[in-house]
Design a protein around this ligand. Structure first.
Ligand SMILES: CC(=O)SCCNC(=O)CCNC(=O)[C@H](O)C(C)(C)COP(=O)(O)OP(=O)(O)OC[C@H]1O[C@@H](n2cnc3c(N)ncnc32)[C@H](O)[C@@H]1OP(=O)(O)O
Ligand SMILES: O=C([O-])CC(=O)C(=O)O
Length: 387
């Protein structure tokens, strides 16, 4: 029942706090469905396996923005619109050139996306088409920001985006300065599909909360990037790689390393999930990709350690890997620097965030939960000299 507009809640009747909002259903959504017991994930009707096998990232974008797959002419049109909007405004490029080479890539991405709003008039246009246009613009520019920053910090020339090819192809081209092969493009495309959407996770919730104040899409996506950056959320993928490289550097036994972490009550990155109580279906797909790529690129040891860690976590804690665990070794095998992994996650998840933004804006109510006050009340004022 809707909260009364004339009467405040009696908080004494709500003594239970759902810490971390666990189990609270705050929105309805057509974007994705997760069965945490069965390990099933659906984007707008299609299982993640169906999409991984058949879709392109651009088709997934269309699906998340329109709740249906595109026809061929619609997909061609979306591809062309994404390709045409990849170029960054000079002011954003200047920012990337002037930022410290030690800056965290996710912080740079967050600031650069926020800067993009300067180049869009704040209009009272609330049409779906207008919002999709903004979603296309942000989605198409995020890969350019990430690749340009990485090249600048390594003293390399920035590569201008292509006005053709897929998001995955163009990103790898701008990052590496050479055209990717078919397999590299396909792997990156698959990673983008797998990370695109995941219900009411922390960054999507942040994005919808900002949207609910009738703020603009750039503000929502900027906030979402900030939420994704943390190691309990998207930041876990780079933390996984840091852990594997630490094991390598210390010449440690991966099983002993993990057992020590657990004995110290530390979290092992890339494991556990608020919703999944079994293997994350994306981790299952990424595991296969990691196995194949590690073999092809001579990183089999990293894959073997990952498998040993997986078994140890299952045996010791009964906890399964999440999407961030095997994506780390997939990106590593592709030669991508670990501190870019969360940016790649963001470059995909922006499709889900913007889909949720549109959905929230079309059926909005201000997000405003309550907190149970546990402080003192009605204290007497003590002048500053007497405290
Ligand atoms: C894209 C994504 O955001 S996927 C998640 C990425 N994050 C990570 O990989 C970070 C590591 N994982 C975690 O910190 C957690 O599993 C989270 C944050 C993802 C989920 O957290 P919650 O649902 O709040 O579960 P919570 O942290 O309460 O864990 C429940 C129990 O499992 C344990 N546990 C959960 N995850 C882990 C882990 N990765 N390593 C060790 N123990 C863990 C907790 O210590 C806790 O044990 P206890 O009951 O004995 O205290
Ligand atoms: O759903 C969550 O809590 C975390 C997330 O974004 C994901 O797993 O992709």
């Amino acid at each position: 029942m809707a909260e009364s507009l004339t009467k405040d809640l009696d908080l004494s009747k709500y003594p239970h706090i759902n810490k971390g909002l666990a189990g609270i259903v705050a929105f309805s959504s057509t974007k994705s469905f997760i069965d945490g017991q069965q390990g099933k994930l659906i984007y707008a009707g299609y299982t993640i396996d169906t999409l991984a096998e058949n879709a392109t990232f651009e088709e997934v974008c269309f699906l998340l923005w329109n709740d249906r797959l595109p026809t061929k002419p619609e997909l061609d049109e979306l591809n062309a619109r994404l390709q045409n909007k990849r170029k960054l405004p000079d002011t954003v490029l200047d920012y990337l050139k002037n930022t410290s080479s030690n800056a965290e890539p996710m912080s740079v991405l967050r600031t650069a996306v926020s800067m993009l709003s300067d180049f869009h008039k704040v209009e009272a246009d609330t049409s779906k088409e207008y919002r999709i246009n903004k979603a296309i613009s942000i989605t198409s520019k995020m890969p350019t920001i990430i690749a340009a920053f990485d090249r600048i910090r390594n003293g390399k020339e920035v590569i201008s985006p292509l006005s053709e090819q897929s998001t995955a192809f163009n990103f790898l081209y701008m990052l590496n300065g050479e055209e990717p092969g078919e397999q590299a493009e396909k792997t990156m495309d698959l990673c983008l599909i797998l990370h695109a959407e995941h219900g009411m996770n922390a960054s999507t919730f942040t994005n919808r909360t900002i949207c609910s104040t009738e703020s603009d899409m750039y503000s929502s996506i900027t906030g979402a990037i900030g939420a994704l950056k943390g190691p309990l959320h998207g930041g876990a993928n780079q933390a996984v790689m840091k852990m594997l490289l630490d094991i390598e550097e210390k010449d440690a036994d991966p099983v002993g390393y993990i057992k020590e972490r657990l004995a110290d009550k530390e979290k092992v990155m890339g494991f556990g999930h608020r919703v999944y109580k079994t293997m994350d279906p994306r981790a299952r797909i990424l595991r296969g990709m990691s196995k194949q790529l590690s073999k092809e690129t001579g990183h089999e040891t990293l894959f073997e350690w990952s498998e040993a860690i997986l078994k140890t976590m299952k045996d010791e804690k009964g906890i399964d890997p999440n999407v961030d665990f095997f994506s780390a070794t997939v990106y590593y095998s592709m030669g991508i620097k670990p501190d870019l992994y969360t940016c790649i996650f963001a470059m995909s998840r922006v499709s889900g965030w913007t889909g949720h933004y549109i959905e929230q804006a079309e059926n909005n109510r201000l997000v405003r939960p309550r907190a149970l006050y546990t402080g003192k009340k009605d204290l007497d004022w003590v002048p500053v000299e007497e405290r």
